[in-house]
Design a protein around this ligand. Structure first.
Ligand code: DP6
Length: 356
């Protein structure tokens, strides 16, 4: 019987953004960030352990461009990773294996006796198309970290018990995931997550359940990767003071989430999205992710920020606009957003990565 692990991790959307790194090798952020974990917009990883295939020193992992053989209710698309992307994924798997072998025993999880020369075969895909402008690095590195860690455990049930019951295990593996891609550390837990330095933890919330919409303004591949953006923002004259302002906003939004103050959450998220994009627009070599449609949507939604129960509106390093509204009012909001003339992706809040 081949040993196979399936993991699913959702994407997350930051309301206070991670932008600018203190330490690029370890993806340590300049400021605290706060995000909402999504649910069905996710990555799925299949990790198959193939016994005894040559020497341990030979390549011990391989990525196959095939869809994982497990359904999550939405169609799964296999991304075109390219050579550099595959290398990054396989290095992360190796990092995860090394870290998990050290970490799991600390949480009472016995290690599997790995056979010398065993090979890990990886398949992965996303429920959102590669060209949809939804960043896949957060969800895919989180799912990879989870599957790779589970494959180190002697028995799956004890791993799953610890994963569900020990916030410490989730945050320790979040730190491993972070080194693969910073924002992935916020996809292992949910729905509200705060990341500061090496620490990732959930935030208590009194907000009502939210529905999430993505307005697909453009499907074009972006010209500036988010990794490049993290470096370029430091050339903006608006950079000094940004980490302090973002930290203060992260503090305030966490309090507002805990109090259930939706209006305040929406206003802080709006401010932070505009501040991050202003850094892009004023960098020494200015760049922009906005398309004419992004601005049209933002202008159309701006008056709604003054409503009693406003939408939370934000953009990542891309042209698409993310809108979260109270789930109880999703049916009222959906036609309002559709009327703006762009394709809509729909989702809700989730609890983070898990084995499936
Ligand atoms: C704009 O996590 O993609 O989405 O650490 O280099 O992989 P790396 O960067 P990444 O940056 C995401 C930036 C952002 C804001 C956010 O998610 O907080």
């Amino acid at each position: 019987m081949p040993l196979v692990f399936f993991a699913k991790a959702p994407s997350n959307i930051a309301l206070i953004k991670y932008m600018g790194k203190k330490d690029a090798a370890r993806n340590l952020p300049e400021n605290a960030s706060v995000s909402m974990t999504l649910d069905a917009l996710c990555s799925v990883v299949e990790l198959e352990v193939v016994p005894g295939q040559g020497l341990a020193s030979q390549g011990s992992a391989e990525w196959r461009p095939e869809a994982p053989a497990r359904s999550v209710g939405r169609a799964i698309q296999v991304p075109d990773l390219g050579e550099a992307g595959i290398g990054k994924v396989l290095r992360h798997l190796e990092r995860t294996r090394a870290a998990a072998r050290e970490l799991l025993p600390r949480f009472g999880i016995a290690l599997r006796d790995c056979e010398a020369g065993e090979k890990w075969v990886l398949r992965s895909g996303n429920t959102f198309p590669q060209a949809s402008g939804i960043a896949s690095s957060a969800s895919s590195f989180a799912a990879l970290t989870l599957a790779g860690s589970a494959a180190c455990a002697a028995d799956r049930a004890s791993f799953e018990r610890a994963w569900a019951g020990e916030a410490g295990l989730r945050s320790a593996l979040a730190a491993v995931s972070r080194v693969g891609s910073g924002s992935s550390c916020r996809s292992l837990d949910g729905p509200w997550v705060r990341w500061q330095g090496e620490e990732v933890s959930t935030i208590r919330s009194s907000l009502p359940p939210l529905a999430h919409f993505v307005l697909l303004v453009s499907r074009e591949a972006k010209q500036v990767s988010s990794s490049q953006a993290h470096a370029l923002v430091k050339g903006s004259p608006l950079w000094p003071g940004r980490p302090l302002r973002a930290d203060a906003r992260a503090e305030r939004i966490a309090e507002a989430i805990a109090r259930g103050a939706l209006g305040e959450v929406a206003r802080l998220a709006w401010q932070d999205a505009w501040e991050m994009h202003s850094l892009f627009h004023t960098a020494e070599e200015p760049f922009s992710y906005w398309e004419p449609g992004s601005l049209r949507v933002l202008r159309a939604l701006a008056p709604a920020l003054r409503e009693d129960r406003p939408p939370i509106v934000t953009l990542d390093a891309g042209p698409n606009v993310h809108v979260s509204v109270e789930a109880s009012r999703a049916a009222e909001w959906e036609p309002r957003l559709s009327a703006l003339g762009f394709e809509l992706l729909r989702d809700g809040q989730g609890a983070g990565g898990r084995l499936i």
